[in-house]
Design a binder for this molecule. Sequence first.
Ligand code: BEZ
Length: 236
Amino acid sequence: MHIASSGTVRNGVIPISERFDLSANPLPACSPLRLGDVAPDFTARSTRGVLTLSDLRGRWVVLFSHPADFTPVCTSEFVALARARDRFDALDTDLVALSVDSLFSHLAWIRAIHDRFGVAIDFPIIEDPTLEIARAYGMIGPDAVDASAVRSTYFLDPEGVLRASTCYPASAGRSVEEMLRLLAALQRVHDGSALAPEGWTPGKDLLRVPSQSVADVLAADSGTDWFYATTPDGKR
Ligand code: BEZ
């Protein structure tokens, strides 16, 4: 992604469109950043004050968008995320939500959720009224005029590098349990010493990284051991 060299400060915030030349590199809907890319930085207003993504470096971040405030599926997701907040904290992970709705809409929705469910949404919800952030992340098509199809999730490591992303339709909610599971798996394999098999959860066996040496292949006990061998999870 091209990074523009200069930007215009507006209310202390440089619009992301002035730092990333989106017209030169339009991103199709839900075919966003590549895994391994550093996620585009941004500064924006949120329900927890002005937030700069790069200020969160040093912790994992789950950045996720939702189609709209005051909608049923999104409400169910936010209630579940708020209730799981301690479990994200235990994984050294910050939650950052985003939608096209205004800050005051976010605040009113938080109040409504609190009144109905008795749950406090204390992670930041960013306002992205111009879709600048959504476009930079490829959450929506370059020509989209609204963000109603957006339910994207970006799992960023402590250096701000994208390690996984998902894209769901507006009509089907994400699984908070799966978000936590994937996050734990990403963290466990982060140093490259092991692989996480299907459905891995902490404490279950991991997989060894397969050997690429002919000598190891021929020395293996069986014809499959060289590419498929489990190893205990040492970090229960
Ligand atoms: C929902 O979260 O319920 C929703 C959002 C946008 C369109 C349809 C449903």
